[in-house]
Design a protein around this ligand. Structure first.
Ligand code: G4P
Length: 530
């Protein structure tokens, strides 16, 4: 296989969804199609993930839930597919957002009975910011859900994205009979008694009498034809270029639990989704197809995966070129050479050593502490990829060390955890007594912080929860910024000294944005690069 073929066959994506929409189930089914696992139920302890908090403590002993599923790989029909795990439930954190920066596209999984839910909305925003293509899978059609037109409307109203149904369901819940593929003109029949036995019938179109014969229920068929006609007349047309820009999302309908619609989704997805995309860097756009030397960036760091060793694993997304075990690369920020000797790849429960990998792939690097989130590694002359954004935390606590004598270890631990991206650290701005404030996206991170400082740095801390819910990075004309700095309460600075304002609620936030129309309030720290 040539380098170009290897790159073009890669598909690296993340599944975004709200807890319980069926992400674990869908992932398992996808892996089954790829033959990556033999039995469903092995992706991760589903029950465990629902008790993520107590699990985290267990992680020190067992390390295995989100770790092993950080990236799942499988081969299907000549494609090399990488699925990035986006932790949900209580272990939802900034990591979840950052993982999306390593994806070239996203599959958005929606429970058809619930529609667009809170976590999906948050994750969608990050995908939107990056302009990556988003493919929607409406799940649980075997149960009574919302009207498909209503679901499409919700995508537009709540997420601001137009949609194009690639298929259209016939019935739902009790009456669910199948899905018609508008592109291939195929009818996939759903058999509730034996959902795994999926019959596929090739039709000449929706008016083909074979459809009446297969479904049997004439009222259902009439309703389906009417809806499809409406869709053809009033719906958006298929437009691959809008899909590629993330402005139009193709919708698929199915039932992950019975594998129904999953293969159709996978096949269309593989054809429509991009192979590893070019990335911005200080040296210009790095396109993996014409930049054949190795480059990549760190998007996630996980500490102490192996309890016997105090090492960390840094996850690297290869952006161009080919990785070969033992190769020497340049660590651009530190200006030194690194030998990539012991990289690992993750697949379901097993960890294996990688010998070679290509643009689009994710590898885990054992790291004694040289790497930070956002670091660039390159072969040859140096350039750096765009800074990794920080996202607005949603929970905040003032943090102090209990024993003053432990101050040094405390600072060291905080720095380490900040670099790993587990927490964000802010300092109060213009106050007589400086206070440190920790911000996190998911509350579990407070537990993680307390636990890790105690066990790794032997420091006991005091966390005092603060009532803020939003952080906004502020920028704008100097004079207005000066007034803002004098008058506004709850100002802090981030690790890089950038000005950030904390708000308790949307009302407070709106009041400030209305009062200072010339200032910009950013939801993430990415703005300086724009
Ligand atoms: P998550 O990772 O997104 O949190 O969701 P997960 O796959 O764990 O699925 C959440 C629940 O929804 C599970 O039920 C799962 O069986 C169910 N589910 C997933 N896909 C479908 C579907 O297509 N149709 C229906 N009817 N249910 C679906 P549970 O009772 O919470 O767990 P379990 O006892 O089945 O493991």
């Amino acid at each position: 296989m040539t380098y170009e073929q290897a790159v073009k066959s890669r598909r690296t994506f993340a599944i975004i969804s709200h807890p319980d929409a069926g992400k674990t189930t869908l992932t398992e089914k996808l892996l089954l199609f790829g033959g990556a696992i033999r039995e469903a139920g092995t992706v991760k302890g589903r029950k465990n993930s629902k008790h993520a908090m107590s699990d985290w403590m267990e992680i020190e002993k067992q390390r295995g839930i989100s770790v092993t599923s950080s990236v799942l790989e499988f081969l299907y029909d000549g494609y090399h597919v990488n699925i990035l795990d986006t932790p949900g439930h209580e272990d939802f954190s900034e990591d979840t957002y950052r993982t999306l920066t390593a994806a070239d596209s996203a599959a958005m999984l929606i429970d058809a009975a619930k529609g667009v839910e809170a976590q999906t909305k948050k994750l969608f925003k990050v995908c939107k910011m990056r302009g990556i293509p988003i493919f929607t899978f409406m799940n649980k059609l075997d149960r009574q859900g919302r009207d498909p037109f209503e679901l499409m409307e919700e995508l537009e109203d709540l997420l601001g994205i137009r949609s194009y149904p690639m298929g259209w369901p016939i019935g739902m819940g009790q009456s669910f009979s199948g899905v018609y593929d508008r592109h291939e003109k195929k009818l996939e029949l759903y058999n509730p008694k034996n959902p795994k036995a999926i019959d596929v019938i090739q039709l000449t179109g929706p008016d083909d009498p074979k459809l009446d014969e297969a479904i049997g229920d004439s009222a259902l068929v009439a309703q389906f034809r009417e809806e499809l006609e409406l869709l053809d007349v009033a719906g958006d047309p298929f437009d691959a270029s809008l899909i590629a820009k993330g402005e139009l999302t193709p919708i698929f309908f199915g039932s992950a639990i019975s594998s129904f619609g999953v293969q159709t989704f996978l096949e269309h997805f593989l054809k429509l989704s991009p192979s590893p995309t070019p990335r911005e860097s200080t040296g210009g756009l790095i396109d993996p197809l014409n930049h054949q030397s190795f480059s990549g960036f760190i998007f996630k760091i996980q500490a102490n995966m192996n309890p016997a060793h105090r090492d960390r694993i840094a996850f690297l997304r290869i952006t161009s070129g080919k990785f070969e075990r033992g190769m020497a690369v340049k660590h651009v920020r530190l200006g030194k050479q690194l030998k990539l000797a012991q990289p690992t790849q993750f697949l379901a429960q097993s960890r294996s050593i990688v010998d070679e990998a290509y643009a689009g792939d994710i590898i885990g690097l054992f790291d004694p502490g040289n790497l930070r989130i956002g670091d660039t590694l390159v072969e040859g002359s140096g350039f750096e990829f765009d800074e990794m954004p920080h996202f607005s935390p949603e929970h905040f606590s003032a943090i102090t060390v209990k024993e003053a004598l432990k101050h040094k270890s405390f600072e060291k631990g905080l720095q380490q955890l900040t670099e790993e991206g587990a927490i964000q650290l802010f300092k109060t701005y213009n106050r007589f007594t400086e206070q440190q404030i920790v911000g996190v996206v998911g509350v579990l991170q407070f537990e993680v912080l307390e636990y890790r400082l105690k066990h790794e740095y032997h420091v006991d801390i005091q966390l005092e929860r603060l009532s803020f819910s939003f952080a906004r990075w502020v920028d704008g004309p100097e004079d207005e910024l000066e007034t803002f700095k004098r008058v506004q309460r709850n100002l802090v600075t981030d690790r890089d000294g950038r000005l950030v304002v904390l708000f308790e609620n949307e009302f407070q936030m709106r009041t400030a944005t209305d009062k200072y129309p010339d200032l910009q309030f950013y939801e993430n720290s990415f703005y300086r690069k724009k």
